[in-house]
Ligand binder design. Sequence first.
Ligand SMILES: C[S@@+](CC[C@H](N)C(=O)[O-])C[C@H]1O[C@@H](n2cnc3c(N)ncnc32)[C@H](O)[C@@H]1O
Length: 214
Amino acid sequence: MRLKTQAIKRAVVTLQGMLPMQAIDYQSHNLLSLPEKFAGCFPNVATRKPWNPRIAQTGRMDRRWPNVGITTWDEATLLYNYSKMFAGKRALEIGCWIGWSSVAFALGGVHLDIIDPLVEVGTPQGDSVRESLTAAGVLDRVTFHPGFSPGKIREVGQTNAPWSLVFIDGNHEGDAPLNDARAVLDYCADTCAVIFHDCHYANIRALTAARILA
Ligand SMILES: C[S@@+](CC[C@H](N)C(=O)[O-])C[C@H]1O[C@@H](n2cnc3c(N)ncnc32)[C@H](O)[C@@H]1O
């Protein structure tokens, strides 16, 4: 009987591995939808299977660099809605890549500082971000700071903080997200939301407020 149960379990596991997941674009309830023009600002973005195999939501990437992921439609919608809550205030994004999340933020109305080593003018990603922000009509709401966190956070924070909204999506390895969170604390407004991407990474999921403040 035990052998039979194990055999059935194995068959189920094998079948699950074989079944194609029905990924969809999803938007959480009670959120404002992203403006119609959003997707059109990214002519090189294509859909693919989910980056996180446990989440049945459509994945996306830029065709020119297919190995780097960007936020799902639901996540971009959440960023847009958070930005609406803090419209007119300053926000910080660490790690913008081609600017998919940056456009969602800027459309919501925050004034955005971006820290990323790739946002120099004349780099493919740096030019791409600027083109997408221009297409969305929000380039004037964004200030670029080419460089690496956490060092750059302190430099930019001295002049551009306080930030009311922070999105951490830069270096995902080891203690890097923790160090980013600790570095922004000194530059947050009294009321501030700090959002981490990729909480399916064990090191990011472990970032409780107690750990960051320790
Ligand atoms: C996954 S991509 C960001 C995707 C983007 N937030 C989105 O959803 O559209 C990660 C980005 O972090 C940047 N990055 C990596 N290490 C960094 C660091 N220490 N400081 C700032 N940016 C960093 C990379 O250059 C890359 O552009």
